[in-house]
Design a protein around this ligand. Structure first.
Ligand SMILES: [Fe+2]
Ligand SMILES: [Fe+2]
Length: 288
């Protein structure tokens, strides 16, 4: 069975970063490696820790604590582009659930700083918000490792355009993390939550729209099925090792981001548990 990760000088990196790999993307790999310095940070102990940690966590935690939509979506669809659109659609659906659940009084006060949530739906709203933040964090950091580096391999764009798309994608991720960070541990009942939440998730969905209308079609036109399948495999291999909370100060570009993501994942699970974070499934969120 092929190893899920590439071990190189004591580090774990996505397979596309390993020049010795036998993976079938060698044509584009050489282009990619011109952009990516293959030196990575010392995280050799983290893969085994993460495996143990995830196994224990998933077996010992009820679904409301462990619900992990990114992994479910990654296993549900057959290509990376379908997975990404699937994650985006889940975000849109959860965001709609949040807004539908808000009492009328809250909806009317949505643009003001003073919002009072006074119904029994508070707990459900909070779980929807926790799940949205977790899904965005995992989704963005997986894209940083697997999707955005391949912008430089798009054949339908000029070198200047590719560089612009590449920088824009990472820049938007940093901005989203900066917006998520102030709300990650806020309560939905906090007076300054609603306004920040709405503006953050409108930016998240705008970014998703840009990817779907601009970035993904260019990739779909450029890449052959073998290359797409390799990217899909890499997505599935690393999605469960991603941070579940925003880290605006962390590096976003590989290879440094890979080490940062692995370390953050461990800390984030501990922090989520310490904060008593609870999550929700889409089905439960959509149940009236
Ligand atoms: Fe993105
Ligand atoms: Fe995305």
């Amino acid at each position: 069975m092929m190893s899920r990760f590439v071990y190189r000088s004591g580090f774990v990196v996505p397979r596309y970063l390993n020049s010795n790999s036998s993976c079938s993307i060698s044509l584009r790999q050489s282009q990619l490696q011109q952009q990516l310095n293959p030196s990575v940070a010392p995280v050799s102990v983290i893969p085994s820790l993460l495996s143990l940690h995830s196994a224990v966590y998933s077996f010992t935690s009820p679904h409301r604590l462990y619900s992990n939509m990114s992994i479910e979506t990654a296993n549900k669809f057959s290509t990376i582009f379908e997975i990404i659109r699937g994650d985006h659609n889940t975000l849109r659906s959860l965001y709609r659930c949040y807004n539908d659940l808000l009492p009328a009084t809250v909806t009317e006060a949505k643009t003001t700083a003073a919002v009072e949530v006074v119904t029994a739906d508070i707990e459900k709203l909070q779980r929807i918000v926790n799940t949205l933040i977790k899904l965005v964090s995992q989704h963005c950091s997986t894209e940083q490792e697997v999707l955005y580096p391949r912008i430089l391999s798009i054949t339908t764009l000029s070198e200047v355009e590719k560089q612009q798309y590449y920088e824009e994608a990472y820049k938007e991720d940093v901005e989203l993390q900066q917006m998520l960070e102030p709300i990650v541990d806020k309560k939905v009942t906090d007076s300054d939550f609603e306004e920040k939440f709405q503006s953050t998730f409108s930016s998240v969905l705008k970014h998703a729209d840009w990817e779907e209308s601009t970035l993904l079609p260019q990739m779909e036109k450029s890449f052959d099925s073998e290359f797409i399948q390799q990217m899909t495999k890499e997505w599935r291999d690393v999605v469960e090792m991603q941070p579940t909370r925003p880290h605006p100060m962390s590096p976003v570009k590989p290879p440094l981001s890979v080490a940062a993501h692995r370390a953050s994942k461990l800390l984030d699970d501990a922090m989520d548990a310490a904060k008593g974070k609870e999550f929700i499934t889409l089905e439960e969120a959509q149940t009236k």
